[in-house]
Design a binder for this molecule. Structure first.
Ligand code: PLP
Length: 393
């Protein structure tokens, strides 16, 4: 029987590179190969006790039924208060919906505001899934080239120019940034937002790393900028700060008519975010003592500092200090030139020969760089960096 082709949309979607490399490293490990994986974007801590207990209690209490598609009313209200208390945002419960993670929040938000070939700017470097999520929303991703010489933060004029050239309708901002760790100052965020507003763009602000910031820097949400509230969709949650990767829970906040539309899409596409996880995320929203979070941050910070000095000692590699998230974006361009590899081949060889898994920069639209995740133990980091140095020498 002749094969009926898949949809154009299905054919346009690629596998997540991070998940693919992590899976390959896991397969090698299962085969008995001693691989150090510094690839995954997943904290190596367990979910906090309060989160786990809340989930267990929900099951015991029989909270296992459907909820409203937009989320349980008290969870929406708690999400709104959390966004206000922790991030200085001004949302009512009705402006926030509960989603099955940040990824679906991005998907629903983008589906609500773009389609039919609308162009969406992606300032590089960016999380590779944005390309596929924009395509799934029937938009067209437009890459704004990376600016490593500006510490990875674009100037307003660069955004205005890119928006005009592409006739763009939206932009996805992600600070703290995966993969660069960039955390712009308040003035830089205001400049970016003013540029996006001047160009008439929707702004989708992925703030999933907003609580993982070092060096006394602060997160300033684009939604706090003057005149931005009607144009910004905020994506946030406890995925990274509270090690909730497997719970699949997050929030989308923004103008009421947009989140209502996103809720309708969720009602048909997903139903509702997992009821148990909704109860569990309340422990993040209502957390009154952030001592445990600060302890996790200290651990990440110690690893970050160690990685920065260790990587910068390897000839041919340079690492500008990341100020947020848990990634180190290493400039390997001199090494690539010397070895005659591109970043994808370099990552391949590091995995097959040195047995250390890293992600090439190409899919993040920053070729010649490689991403190391320091959401790993000091022991793994030391061994991983030792292997990289030995391979390159
Ligand atoms: C920038 C960014 N946004 C969103 C996500 C996904 O978050 P979630 O697991 O809540 O869907 C990730 C995960 O790696 C990420 O790096």
């Amino acid at each position: 029987m002749s094969e009926i082709p898949l949809s154009a949309r299905a054919r346009a979607i690629t596998d997540s590179i991070t998940l693919a490399i992590t899976a390959r490293a896991q397969t090698m490990k299962a085969q008995g190969v001693d691989v150090v994986s510094l690839a995954a974007g997943e904290p190596d801590f367990a979910s906090p006790d309060a989160v786990r207990e809340a989930g267990i209690k929900a099951i015991r209490d029989g909270q296992t039924r459907y909820t409203a598609a937009t989320g349980m009313p008290d969870v929406r209200a708690a999400g709104a208060s959390w966004l206000s208390r922790v991030f200085g945002l001004n949302y009512a419960a009705g402006d926030v919906i509960v989603t099955a993670g940040a990824k679906p929040a991005l998907m629903l938000g983008l589906m609500a505001i773009c389609g039919d070939g609308d162009r969406v700017l992606l300032p590089a470097p960016f999380w590779p899934s944005y390309v596929d999520i924009v395509k799934l929303a029937l938009g067209v991703p437009v890459i704004v080239p990376a600016v490593p010489e500006q510490d990875f933060v674009h100037a307003g004029a660069q955004i205005v120019r890119a928006a005009r050239d592409a006739k763009a309708k939206g932009i996805v901002l992600n600070y703290p940034n995966n993969p660069s760790g960039a955390v712009p100052t308040r003035a830089q965020v205001e400049e970016l937002v003013a540029a996006a507003l001047e160009a008439g763009l929707w702004i989708v602000s992925d703030e999933i790393y907003a609580r993982l910031i070092y060096d006394g820097r602060e997160h300033f949400s684009p939604a706090r900028c003057s005149g931005a509230a009607e144009r910004v969709l905020v994506v946030n949650g406890g995925t990274k700060s509270h090690s909730m990767t497997g719970w699949r829970i997050g929030f989308l906040a923004g103008p009421r008519h947009v989140v209502d539309a996103a809720g309708r899409i969720q009602s048909q596409a997903i139903g509702n975010a997992c009821t148990i996880s909704q109860r569990a995320v309340l422990a993040v929203c209502n957390e009154s003592d952030d001592a445990e979070l600060r302890a996790r941050l200290r651990a990440f910070d110690e690893r970050r500092r160690w990685v920065v000095q260790a990587v910068n000692q390897i000839p041919g590699l340079t690492l500008a200090t990341p100020h947020g998230a848990f990634y180190a974006l290493i400039d390997a361009r001199p090494v690539c030139r010397r070895l005659g590899y591109d970043d994808v081949e370099l990552a391949e060889r590091l995995l097959s020969d040195a047995k250390v898994a890293l992600i090439p920069g190409g899919p993040f639209a920053i070729p010649g760089f490689i991403r190391l995740s320091y959401a790993a133990s000091m022991k793994e980091l030391e061994e991983g960096v030792r292997r990289i140095a030995a391979f390159l020498s």
